[in-house]
Design a protein around this ligand. Structure first.
Ligand SMILES: Nc1ncnc2c1ncn2[C@@H]1O[C@H](COP(=O)(O)OP(=O)(O)OP(=O)(O)O)[C@@H](O)[C@H]1O
Length: 942
């Protein structure tokens, strides 16, 4: 029991700790939850017991204790995990002390702590600066370039502080700042300042004097506005950079040595203002973005930062009216942070003058702002919403800016969806699918969010993620993410690490669901679990940050979203294009619009040579096991080059089409979804969109003859047996019975053409397939087919084989034999009955049928009678009612003609079969039904 209470106490502490917002205000009501008194009353146990537990936890390092009044206890692990930091000590005297320690550690280095944007828009710059300072053997020279007021001087100073903090720079080494622009009119003075001078170097130089280089020995020399340096001075400097030696002015004999780290800064384009020789010696160029290029969130944080500093400075609380704040936030600052800072300082000073009473809060109103700033916003209608009376405190500024982020809302949706599904495998599938529609708009947001666009950090992170996903693809033999998908992941990681406010609250609210999700992923998605765990590990190591359950959940869902192709289309298609992510963008757009993953992408650097492209393509193809056909879409000019390299890819036909566009992808994707064969797809697409294509046929399709019969596959099978037995045993040609109706409807789109190389179709009725020879049974019987078969078989059979084949066909396809073979009936007897039926039908309908049709009718009707006898007649006939309504005469004539057969075999002909007879006579070949009759009698001479 007590153990249970103990566990409960720890869990309460954990929840309460997660509930805090490190960067926001720690509300009293929240803090209360971290006290022994509160927990005792909540759990209904004595306060002493809780205190006893607390002390035990503290002893075991599970909690952090703050010895204030009341005493607070924080859950140590949560504090560290959720705040991405570590609490150095277990005991603090005040909450403030703990908070400062956490904040201090949360920023990886305290030196850059006060630099707003150090973890956002300036993070890449800071990485560069740290690299320059820490580089072995005295660091690397670095040039900070950016418009005025962007923080170059501040950053230079912080670099020095960082060096000292990390004990790379000795405490005695100084930070020496010189503004070169101040000496534009007196370059000699700049030289003497820098290098020092010898007594007598110039009038008034009455003693040897050391320069700034000597002063900065062991420390940092910051050459601000370096464009103000005259070329001869630049030359002297790069000699010092190369060899660490210099002459003092007035003494060209003695060399002086110096060890100084150099930081340069300029507002100008370095290529235009610095000697190439100097520039070449500065390996690190840091571009500091203007304020207008930084996220709005950062502008808000800057205002908060500057006002807070002013409060410290004047020792009074400052409040801003909503309107004043909004103007400060909306205003443009050509002078960047420097200007913003000056505006606020001047406004606070004005407001301060009004607040004469020492205890009074300083209230900053509209009229305290600079007149030019107010004037510039006078037309801004959106400001009408804000009043000049409601006052905001500094923490209000920051809290007001911390709205729920888009990622917060997305994760909230995920977790809500998760609560609605059963927690089993099927439920997980449902959950995954239901999130796709939520992820799509989020991806749009990531791509179109100006705040994250163009951050220098993007490139760095993008490269990092590319290598991480490469490693994982190789390790787990999974598909590589496309460049576009990696860009999405990059934006996501940036969003996750920078803007995911409220994460702790979500984790707290859905704690149970989060761990349930992790369990289900482990149980049912073992592979995903491994990949995600590895991804998280690699990201954490590389970014020095923490991915919690929500991070894993997001990664899991993103990977499924990218791979939402489980029912991948029958023919995969890959887009290859030059440019960073042209191919993947087209593929992504087309997949989204078609709502299926059809297209993959291979993005190629502009300069990449074809060997690399082909290698990538071959790798891609090798990951499509069992796939027989692929469409490859390439950009302009690549067609000829690429297709030559695709021969001999085993057992796979590859259609290559050029000038890929999103339109073309959509067109081709639509046809792929309709299961059209690639030859048809590419032909159609190239006609419609004026592209060129080639099909590299590496796949050997078996040669076949299709046998068909409109009344069913059974007869087709028998025909195929007969032809098969006529072919020489050595032949590889097979006869495939195939459904007449689907062939007629689908033509060359029928999958049989994808599978086989069809030589011709043989059967009772021509399914009229485009470009495909047809040999009718009648032609075979009448030996009218020899010309056709000779032609088709010319490449397959030798002359002797062909002669033998024709002989066997004559034997096998004599009407007598055919009927014998096709039916169970006595052929002589049945021929007589059938002859009578045909004669009667012709007479009654006053028809004169062509001898071919008559021959076909012999077979058709004989098989029909057999079907009636064995009860396997056809009952299905399209538009039967219509047929009964429109063709009563025909029906009666046939019924009458069949009376004898019906009574002889005790059968009845159904109307559906009469329908087929009608089709056979009238619709198979209208031209054959003519008034001038061929003689039916001639038939028996066959
Ligand atoms: N990111 C930032 N966070 C906090 N304060 C900043 C930041 N950037 C600049 N400042 C402050 O803004 C003011 C102007 O910055 P700084 O003088 O370093 O800019 P600069 O680029 O060197 O300007 P200039 O080219 O005109 O010399 C300074 O008071 C600096 O402390």
């Amino acid at each position: 029991m007590t153990d249970q209470v103990k566990e409960q106490v720890l869990k309460y502490l954990e929840d309460a700790t997660i509930g805090l917002d490190l960067f926001g205000e720690w509300k009293e009501s929240q803090l209360k939850e971290l006290t022994a008194g509160h927990l005792a009353s909540k759990l209904g146990v004595s306060r002493n017991l809780i205190s006893h537990y607390f002390n035990e936890f503290h002893h075991d390092g599970l909690v952090v204790k703050v010895n204030s009044r009341p005493v607070y206890f924080f859950h140590m692990q949560s504090l560290c995990e959720y705040f991405h930091t570590k609490a150095d000590m277990r005991t603090y005297d005040t909450l403030d002390e703990l908070r400062k320690n956490l904040l201090h550690n949360a920023h990886h280095s305290s030196a850059f702590h006060d630099l707003v944007g150090a973890n956002e828009s300036l993070s890449y710059c800071i990485e560069q600066c740290k690299a320059a300072i820490t580089y072995p053997n005295g660091g690397l020279p670095i040039l900070l370039q950016g418009p005025t007021g962007t923080g170059k001087s501040l950053i230079a100073r912080l670099m020095y502080d960082y060096g000292v903090e990390k004990e790379i720079i000795d405490k005695n080494g100084k930070f020496v700042h010189i503004n070169c622009a101040e000496f534009t009119n007196n370059p000699e003075m700049l030289m003497t300042n820098l290098f020092g001078y010898k007594k007598g170097a110039y009038t008034g130089a009455d003693k040897d004097t050391q320069g700034l280089i000597a002063l900065a020995e062991g420390g940092v020399l910051f050459l601000d506005e370096v464009h103000g340096l005259k070329p001869e001075c630049q030359e002297k400097i790069f000699l010092f950079m190369d060899k660490g030696i210099y002459h003092m002015v007035g003494d060209n004999e003695t060399w002086h040595e110096g060890k100084v780290r150099l930081i340069f800064a300029t507002t100008e384009n370095p290529d235009e203002v610095l000697l190439k020789t100097l520039l070449r010696r500065i390996p690190i160029l840091v571009k500091i973005p203007p304020l207008s290029d930084r996220p709005l969130q950062e502008k808000k944080e800057l205002i908060h930062h500057v006002v807070s500093k002013e409060m410290e400075h004047i020792g009074r609380t400052v409040k801003l009216s909503k309107l004043a704040y909004q103007i400060l936030e909306t205003a443009a600052y050509p002078g960047n942070v420097g200007e913003l800072k000056n505006c606020i300082r001047a406004s606070v000073a004005k407001a301060f003058l009004r607040a004469s009473n020492k205890d009074e809060e300083v209230e900053l109103h509209l009229f305290d702002l600079p007149g030019t700033m107010i004037a510039a916003q006078s037309e801004n209608e959106t400001l009408a919403e804000y009043d000049d009376r409601t006052m905001l405190s500094v923490s209000d500024i920051l809290n007001a800016t911390r709205t729920e982020s888009t990622l917060y809302l997305l994760n909230q949706q995920f977790l809500r969806l998760f609560t609605m599904i059963p927690h089993n495998e099927a439920g997980m599938e449902e959950f995954i699918h239901s999130t796709y529609s939520k992820i799509e708009p989020y991806i749009d947001y990531l791509f179109f969010n100006e705040q994250t666009q163009n951050l220098p950090k993007f490139k760095l992170l993008n490269n990092l993620l590319t290598s991480i996903f490469n490693i994982l693809a190789h390790k787990y033999n999974i598909d590589q993410l496309s460049n576009n998908e990696i860009s999405i992941m990059t934006y996501f990681v940036m969003d996750y690490t920078q803007n995911f406010t409220g994460r702790q609250a979500l984790l707290k609210q859905y704690k149970k669901e989060c761990s349930e999700f992790m369990d289900l992923m482990q149980d049912y998605y073992i592979m995903d679990d491994k990949v995600i765990m590895d991804t998280v590990q690699l990201l954490e190591d590389a970014l020095d940050t923490k991915f919690d359950y929500l991070g894993s959940l997001d990664l899991f869902l993103f990977f499924h979203y990218f791979d939402r192709d489980q029912g991948r289309a029958a023919i995969p298609a890959v887009i290859i294009a030059h440019g960073y992510s042209i191919a993947s963008s087209i593929a992504e757009t087309a997949n989204q619009l078609l709502q299926r993953r059809i297209f993959d992408a291979i993005d190629m650097p502009i300069e990449s040579d074809f060997e690399v492209v082909v290698k990538k393509l071959r790798e891609y193809l090798s990951r499509l096991p069992g796939c027989k056909e692929v469409v490859v879409m390439v950009d302009m000019g690549s067609l000829q080059e690429i297709y030559k390299h695709l021969e001999n890819i085993k057992d796979m036909n590859i259609g290559v089409i050029n000038n890929v566009t999103t339109m073309l992808a959509l067109d081709i994707g639509t046809m792929i979804l309709e299961n059209d064969p690639i030859s048809y797809i590419l032909r159609e697409a190239s006609e419609r969109n004026q592209h060129n294509f080639v099909i590299v046929e590496n796949r050997h399709k078996p040669d076949v003859i299709l046998s068909v019969c409109e009344t069913g596959i059974g007869t087709a099978e028998k025909i195929s047996e007969l032809i098969g037995s006529s072919l020489p045993a050595s032949s590889d040609i097979t006869i495939v019975p195939y459904d007449y109706r689907s062939l007629k409807e689908m033509g060359t789109k029928s999958p049989v053409f994808e599978k086989y190389h069809v030589l011709f179709i043989v059967g009772t009725c021509d399914p009229e397939v485009y470009d495909m020879p047809f040999i009718s049974i009648e032609e075979l019987i009448q030996q009218k087919s020899t010309d056709k078969t000779d032609e088709v078989f010319a490449d397959y059979l030798t002359k002797d084989e062909l002669m033998q084949f024709n002989k066997d066909m004559i034997k096998n396809f004599s009407l007598d034999n055919l009927l014998n073979y096709l039916t169970i009936l006595d052929s002589e007897k049945i021929i007589n009955s059938v002859e009578e039926i045909i004669r009667e039908i012709q007479n009654d309908l006053n028809l004169h049928l062509d001898s071919g049709i008559v021959l076909g009718l012999y077979i058709h009707i004989s098989c029909l009678i057999e079907r009636l006898i064995i009860d396997k007649y056809i009952t299905k006939f399209d538009h039967l009612e219509e047929f009964i309504r429109d063709h009563q005469d025909f029906i009666q004539v046939v019924k009458k003609a069949f009376v004898k057969v019906e009574s002889c075999y005790n059968v009845e002909i159904p109307v559906s079969e009469i329908g087929y007879l009608y089709e056979y006579i009238y619709n198979r070949n209208r031209h054959s039904v003519n008034e001038e009759a061929d003689s039916v009698n001639g038939l028996w001479e066959i």
